[in-house]
Design a binder for this molecule. Structure first.
Ligand code: SF4
Length: 141
């Protein structure tokens, strides 16, 4: 198992600071890889990153909700097809607070309305894809 960062991630970056095995990598370029990503082969499932995320975007893989619902939650580049086509709102963030902070424009976001339910399980594959065929640790430099 591993831990998974979902589309609730808006690149706060606090998770990076606490990971004891330094396996959380900010996606770059942000247009293509808008979240932080966890290397599934290195994650030791310690859970330290979960309480650090102010947006509650991180879950153990087997606890990623298929029916997440929270009015006002912002999602970025969701993979749930019911929401992917609706994600057109730009959202500027200060990414990786405290270390090489930079302003990033997330181009495909939306805010969940009361009663809407999104499948965050659809966000699991990108965490693997980022390290298998994607930039992986190369995005650090
Ligand atoms: Fe790092 Fe622990 Fe989070 Fe895995 S669960 S990404 S090892 S902080």
């Amino acid at each position: 198992m591993t831990h998974i960062i979902t589309s609730l991630c808006v690149r706060d970056g606090a998770c990076i600071e606490v990971c004891p095995v330094e396996c959380i990598i900010p996606g770059k370029p942000a247009d293509e890889w808008p979240w932080m990503y966890i290397d599934p082969d290195t994650c030791i499932d310690c859970g330290a990153c979960i309480p650090e995320c102010p947006f509650e975007a991180i879950f153990p893989e087997d606890e990623v909700p298929g029916d997440y619902s929270k009015a006002g939650a912002r999602v970025s580049a969701p993979r749930d097809p019911n929401f992917a086509s609706r994600a057109t709102e730009e959202h500027e963030v200060e990414s990786e607070k405290g270390k090489g902070q930079e302003h990033i424009m997330l181009k495909q976001t939306l805010v969940l309305a009361e009663g809407e339910t999104i499948d965050l399980k659809a966000d699991i594959p990108p965490n693997y894809d980022f390290f298998k065929g994607g930039p992986g640790y190369g995005a650090k430099s």
